[in-house]
Design a protein. Structure first.
Length: 344
């Protein structure tokens, strides 16, 4: 008797190559990422997730299921000893959530049936990131699957953000006295130096490429460039290129370049997820390290965001190498957890 045919579990190469699908801001995936109160909404979008796949691990098989309002999105990571785990598509920092939308747990439960049919006795572990401790998703997962899976916490993360309520004045008022003094001083310094702060929201691939090349030139002259640990190094260079290229389709990138006498000396870059801005990278020429270029760029970015009506500035992880400066610019902390589900 012929064996039962395995279900089609992973998306096809043609589906993966459909840029309109993955770059569409109105897709169920991106809509769910923005509208379902994620801790880090930008990092749940395709701009973050699929750019990571393209740059870091393009040969993985992707399991993506969508309904009109929800999505389940995993990547297969297979090891030499037949051990397999399904991870979030972005599986380095684990900032995003692979279960998005009001009915994502129902969709996940349905998908588990096909996962079991596909893998049989070699059922993979499943990693779910971007989980708020004791939040709605966590409680629903435990309620539905406690008897079927072991739950093991893999890791946790603290992220930080700042409200943009009250505009620039409201933002500055929530900073410490020392930070307020530094901002005031940097404004005067920028004026004295006749610095120009160019705002860019690339609207085409060519625009994105030109801006990105200018950013890389600055990065190459920064401490990160000198230490070969920045976004000029592969695969980070391709990752951020893929990201800004995707963001150009919806004019969702926000880049400020600091220019002195025609020369780029600094930049700050991030992207919008609805009304929430997520910072990605900022850097400046190392020869300007005593000029508070970083403070100037942060302040100029807040001005721009407030003018556009943005509501929140997400700055990502608070703890880690050279992350301490973020405490001066944020007042909110958000916890994220990563959980591994394994069959009993």
């Amino acid at each position: 008797m012929a064996g039962r045919k395995k279900p089609e579990l992973f998306i096809s190469p043609d589906e993966l190559a459909d840029e309109n699908r993955w770059n569409n801001p109105q897709s169920p995936w991106n809509t769910a990422a923005i509208k379902t109160r994620q801790v880090d909404p930008f990092c749940c979008t395709t701009s973050w997730q699929m750019s990571f796949h393209d740059a870091f691990s393009p040969n993985r098989r992707l399991l993506i299921r969508e309904t009109s309002d929800s999505v389940v999105a995993f990547a297969e990571k297979a090891y030499f000893n037949n051990y397999t785990i399904l991870t979030p598509i972005e599986s380095m920092w684990f900032f995003g959530n692979p279960l998005l939308g009001p009915n994502s747990v129902d969709l996940f439960q349905d998908t588990l049936v096909d996962i079991e049919k596909f893998y049989g006795k070699k059922f993979p572990n499943i990693m779910i990131s971007g989980v708020a401790p004791k939040g709605v998703l966590y409680r629903e997962l435990r309620s539905r699957f406690d008897g079927k899976f072991n739950f093991r916490k893999h890791s946790s993360e603290v992220q930080c953000s700042s409200s943009l309520n009250g505009g620039v004045d409201g933002f500055v008022s929530r900073r410490s006295a020392n930070t307020r003094r530094n901002i005031k001083k940097s404004i005067g310094h920028a004026s004295a130096l006749s610095l120009v702060f160019e705002r860019h929201a690339p609207s085409s691939v060519d625009d994105a490429r030109n801006i990105y090349l200018r950013m890389l030139s600055v990065e190459d002259r920064s401490w990160k460039g000198h230490g070969r640990c920045g976004m000029t190094e592969p695969p980070a260079d391709q990752y951020y290129w893929k990201m800004i290229k995707r963001l150009s389709f919806t004019k969702s990138a926000r880049v400020i370049l600091a220019v002195h006498e025609g020369k780029d000396i600094g930049f700050i870059f991030g992207g919008m997820a609805g009304t929430i801005y997520r910072g990605q990278q900022f850097s400046y020429d190392d020869s300007w390290k005593s000029a508070s270029i970083g403070t100037m760029l942060q302040y100029e970015k807040v001005k721009w965001l407030c003018e556009e009506g943005a509501t929140r500035y997400d700055m990502g992880p608070l703890i880690g190498h050279k992350m301490g400066y973020k405490a001066s610019w944020t007042e909110r902390k958000h916890n994220l957890e990563v959980w591994i589900l394994s069959k009993h």
